[in-house]
Design a protein around this ligand. Structure first.
Ligand code: 6MZ
Length: 362
């Protein structure tokens, strides 16, 4: 595990509200309990429960959203989540979140994203690179600081945002999110994700917003095949997204198409096992994709909800599928090809991996 932590890692599938620390969720629940807004004892066990079905996970997200929906809390959780990924030696993080409107808190989708950006800017235990453009504007946003945690000099994490469309949303709300992402491109937003309960919503209603995003040059990743739905899976693959998440419930035909199209897959082992989307880790489709050299990226999905970390996901892949240190390093480094940020960031990351190769004696 120590070695997995020491290896630089790239995280491309992490939901902000799924990555919150349990301790923070409990604190927020206790506060709301004291204000009489919820009954703390009713929610404590929901937060601490370990195994949840896929539908129970979405019930938990509804609770999390009640606990986190004000600007200050969104800023706080963003800061903490980035600090946790940085502590796990994640060097590039594509964090995804669903912009939320909440009239009772005076929150619009835009002000939600601004609260997330405030959280990114308030990280102070590690230097954060939020966007090339912002780095040049030192007066407004640059906030480089030395790593005060381990005393080994400066440590840096690249953070980029994907705005998620929730499958519960209307076509209009989806379009609003895409337009917001386009407006916020200079502020670190690099793409669009489609996520949410896979048993809810129709692919066709999101298609116009996603097609518009693509025409405007925004890369797209889709949650695809979390439940068996061959027609939707085929329509999603035909759309040719830049990446897909999960790919658990594919039939033979869809599997063949995925491989022909070589669409990179974000693999979330612990999440798939915990939600019983896959029966057990040893029969996970990671093995097939890995052996056939299909592009894949190991990711956490919801590190808080599933009590995992990216290092733990590498450990699990290593112990289950027999990956050695060199294999893990190559897998981590290969993720550079699939990030949505610009070529300059890719070059920087390649340098980080070249240096790490020597430091880790590989
Ligand atoms: C599909 C998921 C997910 O956006 O509020 N989300 N969508 N499948 C999953 N696998 C378990 N895990 C998380 O983060 C929470 C939201 O991310 C999506 C859901 O829409 C959830 O409400 P944000 O930051």
């Amino acid at each position: 595990m120590e070695w997995c932590v020491s290896m630089p890692k790239i995280e491309l599938h992490a939901h902000l509200n799924g990555s919150i620390r349990d301790s923070t969720l409990l604190e927020l629940a206790r506060d709301l309990g004291e204000k009489g807004a919820i009954v703390f004892s009713d929610v404590e066990h929901v937060i601490l429960k370990n195994d949840r079905s896929l539908s129970e996970v979405f019930k938990l997200f509804d609770l999390i959203h009640i606990l986190t929906t004000d600007h200050k809390t969104v800023t706080r959780i963003t800061k903490e989540v980035i600090e946790d990924f940085a502590a796990d030696n994640v060097v590039y993080l594509e964090l995804r979140t669903t912009p939320k409107r909440n009239d009772s808190k005076g929150m619009s989708k835009r002000s939600y994203v601004e609260a997330v950006l405030d959280g990114i800017r308030s990280v102070n235990v590690v230097e954060v690179d939020l966007s090339h453009k912002l780095n040049m504007d030192t007066s407004a946003y640059s906030h480089a600081m030395n790593d005060v945690c381990d005393g080994t000099g400066s440590k840096k994490i690249y953070v980029r945002l994907l705005l998620s469309i929730d499958r519960r949303e209307t076509a209009e709300a989806a379009m609003e999110t895409v337009k917001l992402a386009l407006e916020m491109r200079d502020f670190g937003v690099v793409g669009i994700d489609l996520s949410g309960n896979p048993s809810v919503g129709e692919w066709l209603s999101f298609f116009p917003a996603l097609e518009f995003a693509r025409k405007q040059g925004l890369p797209i990743t889709l949650h695809c095949g979390e439940v068996p739905n061959p027609d939707e899976i085929r329509a999603m693959l035909d759309f040719l997204p830049r990446r897909i998440g999960h790919a658990c419930c594919f039939g033979d035909d869809e599997w063949k198409l995925l491989k022909e199209l070589k669409i990179p897959v974000e693999i979330c082992l612990t999440s798939n096992i915990r939600t019983e989307t896959i029966a057990s880790v040893d029969v996970h489709h990671f093995a097939d994709l890995y052996e056939s050299n299909h592009p894949l990226i190991l990711c956490t999905d919801d590190a808080g909800v599933f009590s995992t970390s990216l290092s733990a996901e590498y450990m699990l892949a290593s112990s289950t599928f027999g990956l050695g240190k060199r294999d893990m390093f190559q897998l981590a480094e290969k993720a550079i090809e699939f990030i949505f940020a610009c070529d300059k960031v890719k070059r920087d990351l390649k340098m980080i991996y070249t240096t790490a190769l020597t430091e880790l004696n590989l």
